[in-house]
Design a binder for this molecule. Structure first.
Ligand code: UD1
Length: 416
């Protein structure tokens, strides 16, 4: 991708459906033999991969002319979910919960994951064990079996998104009530709860740290619309702030961006919100300190993008990453573009600089790739970003959306 920086972004960008939600809704469609239809599905590489995972398990999937995704899991067979799929996308392990609920067994390759530090699955395993699942780990596979799932009180040591989701989906078929304490509260968890409710599952407490799920023997199909992507929205809001334009980002519930908008306001970004859009205008930014935390804290998935904005703010900021280890691997690339960032453990010390200069850089992962695009939009001269297949995992037609609001950005190839 080539970006010629220095253009003000003006106009409107519509965000797509939330990647981190739709991937789990696709997995949750396994729970019912009846067909499910999902609207607002982003056409991104991770969705294609998740569809390949469930098709491998026997699902039939198709997009209709309006772009809605139809999933039919009536002929499903819980065969192995192989490493060549799971290694490309860690979210593949979210088929484990629904396969256990529907068939009482699942065999899934142990995940690799993104380049953002070691990502464990101990909390998924612990929670599922408490529902009565037996595990066997051999030859790189997790083999899970349960003759009978039984509701339980499960307390998570950390509010893991993936573990909460896997446990929620398995609990759907457990006898009695499952209570998850210290459950993740992300909007994507709330969306999954909404989808499960639409399938016929009594579920309570989403958006709080205590979730209650009542098991049900039979579930029906549904038609459901996935929420807008808050990370994509946050990325474009920061793009607007960085380029000093007048940009409206549509298709998002601003309450899903609560602390992000608060922090941006504190930095000096000029924001107006309506029920489903955020307008961002030309701003003089000042330094601040930010820590990433599980929702409602500042999302780790917007940490790299915020780093670019803070690099262009006056003064020195400290950004602390609390959710993932080694999520600062893109900092060397930003420094090559003129940023002044020093890493100390899980803190980044960011000294504001007057401007950035375009360079050849490579995207080490999805969100860092987005941050490099933002840096390119602000930089003087040309930035060439390689390995943009990472960006395509989670952003639908990013270059087209940015071109539409005045950016000089061109796709050369996927770089894979
Ligand atoms: C999801 C999102 C990801 C986001 C993250 C945190 C998807 C597809 N991905 O990832 O974009 O950055 O939430 O908001 O939805 N952990 C354990 N043991 C476990 C599980 C997690 O120690 O069993 C640790 C991880 O190593 C990590 C932290 O908990 O350091 C957060 O992980 P988690 O909340 O589970 O994130 P994911 O579901 O993997």
């Amino acid at each position: 991708m080539t970006v010629n920086g220095g253009r003000r972004l003006t106009g409107a960008i519509r965000v797509s459906g939330a990647k981190n939600s739709v991937l789990k809704l696709i997995a949750a469609a396994i729970l019912t033999p009846e067909a499910c239809t999902i609207d607002n599905v982003p056409r991104i590489a991770d969705v294609n991969l998740m569809l390949r995972v469930i098709e491998h398990l026997g699902a039939q999937t198709a997009f209709d002319e309006q772009g809605a995704l139809r999933i039919d899991c009536s002929g499903m067979n819980p065969v192995d979910t192989p490493y060549n799929l799971v290694r490309q996308m860690r979210a593949s392990i979210s088929v484990m919960g629904p396969l256990l609920a529907r068939f009482g067994r699942a065999k899934v390759a142990m995940p690799g994951g993104c380049n953002i530090g070691s990502r464990k699955i101990n909390l998924h395993i612990k929670g599922l064990r408490e529902l009565g699942v037996d595990f066997n780990f051999e030859h790189g596979y997790i083999e899970a079996k349960a003759d009978r799932l039984k509701g339980a009180d499960i307390s998570l040591a950390f509010a893991s998104v993936g573990a909460t989701e896997n446990i929620m989906m398995a609990a759907v078929a457990a006898e009695g009530v499952t209570r998850i304490e210290n459950a993740a509260r992300e909007p994507e968890i709330q969306d999954l709860a909404g989808f499960l409710r639409a399938l016929g599952v009594p579920i309570r407490g989403e958006g709080t740290s205590t979730l209650e799920i009542e098991g049900r023997a039979e579930l029906h199909g549904t038609h459901y619309r996935v929420i807008g992507d808050r990370v994509e929205a946050g990325t474009y809001i920061i793009a607007g702030a960085i380029t000093g334009g007048d940009l409206t980002v549509e298709g998002i519930a601003p309450r899903h961006l609560g602390i992000v908008l608060d922090k941006l306001g504190e930095i000096g970004v000029n924001l107006d919100t309506s029920s489903e859009s955020v307008r961002v205008r030309s701003s003089e930014c000042v330094c601040t300190d930010v820590c990433t935390l599980p929702f409602p804290g500042f999302p780790t998935d917007l940490q790299p993008q915020l780093m670019v904005l803070l690099s262009l703010a006056s003064g020195t900021s400290i950004l602390t990453e609390n959710v993932f280890e080694s999520r600062f691997m893109f900092v060397d690339e930003l420094n090559r573009m003129g940023c002044d960032i020093r890493i100390e453990g899980h803190h980044a010390i960011i000294r504001g600089v007057p401007g950035l200069s375009g360079a050849e850089v490579s995207a080490p992962d999805l969100r860092a790739g987005a941050a490099l695009v933002l840096a390119g939009l602000a930089a003087e001269g040309t930035t060439e970003i390689c390995d943009i297949y990472h960006i395509d995992r989670g952003y639908e037609r990013m270059e087209e959306k940015l071109q539409g609001v005045g950016a000089a950005i061109t796709r050369i190839s996927t770089g894979k």
